[in-house]
Design a protein around this ligand. Sequence first.
Ligand code: UGY
Ligand code: MN
Length: 262
Amino acid sequence: MSYINNNTGFPAHTLSSRSVIKKNMYAIITPDGLVKNNIYGYENCDISILSSPLLGASFVDYIITVKKDGRNLCGIGNECEEVFLFVIEGSLLVYNHNKKTELTKGSYFFSPADFKLYFENNSNDNAEILLYKRKYKPLNNLSPDTIYGNINDIPYSSFEEMDNVFIKDLLPSNNFAYDFNFHILMFKSGAGHGYLETHIQEHGAYILSGKGMYNLNNNWYGVEKDDYIFMASYCIQGGYCVGKDDFIYIYSKDCNRDAEIK
Ligand code: UGY
Ligand code: MN
């Protein structure tokens, strides 16, 4: 039950949750249980914070319902923080000092550090967005460009040579100006990872379609559309598509930087 799925009030059953929180390792955050946060600069928006440093992430993810006339004109991000916005449902005018565009379902906008990102919902319908921000890790004098696009315009490539798992890269890969990427991973019915991954990179993943069985640090969980998964550095991870529908999620992954000695 939650504001986000219009399911509030007296429960029909005893209280329960599919969410699982293992701070500093992984979390499954389901729509049931989300609560609203008030954040300065956001008008007519319902905001829930998903990953954050308090959970063990180096980044912050938000799920935001931008209602009619909803907007952020104060700007998101600063000279050190880069921002990535993905439209799950609806449409939204999004801009920084460099580029401006109307985003529709499946569209995304990357705004580098130094620029603030602004948005306005000028439509009559709600827009549902996933917002990600992180501290940019500069390298030499490289600087990434503002980028926008739509996942439907990016072709799938086979994932690790499998013919039933596919991937899309939303930002340029093999370009050291960028220190993270967003990807779409799609599993056909019955398909799964070839192995359980163990890696230094973190992920925040939002399930766009279907159902899966997902392994997080050697524990199996059922997950489904609109669930969110946080995977910390070195969290063992992988899964299978369960059921008829393709299992698809969008996820962030840091990249192109060496590990630091503190
Ligand atoms: O790119 C990745 O690391 C991705 N395959 N991880 C994941 O799906 N959990
Ligand atoms: Mn991974």
